[in-house]
Design a protein around this ligand. Structure first.
Ligand SMILES: [Zn+2]
Length: 152
C-alpha cells in the first residue's frame, strides 16, 4: 500500500532513481540516497505507525509538524477521510508529516491521548499536541484546520 514505511529510527523509502532502500532520520529536512546520492522525495503520503515507540520517536524528532489521524478499519467515516488525508499529505510534502494510528492495533496510543471518537485528527509540534479535531472532513477543511494550528 504505502511506499514509505517507518521504524524506530526513521522513515524508510526506496530511492526513485536507483531502487536502493534508504532510512531517513526523522529530523532530516533533506536526505540523499546512500547509493546514488539523488535527493530523496519527502514523505508525500500518510505513514502508518505500528507501535508506541515509533510514534514517540517520530513526533519528538520530526523536522516538520506531524498530523496524526487516529482511525480504525471498521469506522466508515475513517474510510471516507482516508483519500482526503492522502491528498492532503501529497499536497503538503516537505512541509508536514502525516501519520496514521490504527487505534485497534495500537490501543495504548488511543488511551494515552483519550481518543473518544474516530476519526480524530491531531497536530503535534516539538513532541506536543497543539490542536485536535474530530469527524470526517474534506481535504480543504483538513488543510484549514492544520494551517490554523501551525500557521499557514
Ligand atoms: Zn539512489
Amino acid at each position: 500500500m504505502s511506499a514509505m514505511r517507518v521504524d524506530e529510527r526513521g522513515l524508510i523509502t526506496v530511492c526513485p532513481s536507483c531502487g536502493q532502500k534508504n532510512r531517513i532520520a526523522f529530523n532530516a529536512k533533506e536526505a540523499r540516497c546512500g547509493k546514488c546520492k539523488a535527493v530523496l522525495p519527502a514523505a508525500a503520503e500518510p505513514i502508518e505507525v505500528h507501535n508506541e515507540r515509533e510514534f514517540d520517536v517520530l513526533v519528538r524528532d520530526a523536522a516538520y509538524p506531524v498530523v496524526v489521524d487516529f482511525w480504525a478499519p471498521w469506522c466508515g467515516p475513517c474510510r471516507m477521510v482516508a483519500p482526503e488525508l492522502a491528498w492532503f499529505a501529497a499536497s503538503n510534502a516537505g512541509r508536514l508529516i502525516v501519520v496514521k494510528v490504527n487505534t485497534d492495533e495500537v490501543p495504548e496510543l488511543g488511551e494515552r491521548f483519550r481518543i473518544r471518537s474516530i476519526p480524530t485528527m491531531a497536530v503535534f509540534r516539538g513532541g506536543k499536541e497543539i490542536a485536535r479535531t474530530t469527524g470526517a472532513m474534506p481535504a480543504a477543511q483538513i488543510e484549514a484546520f492544520v494551517n490554523g494550528a501551525v500557521g499557514a
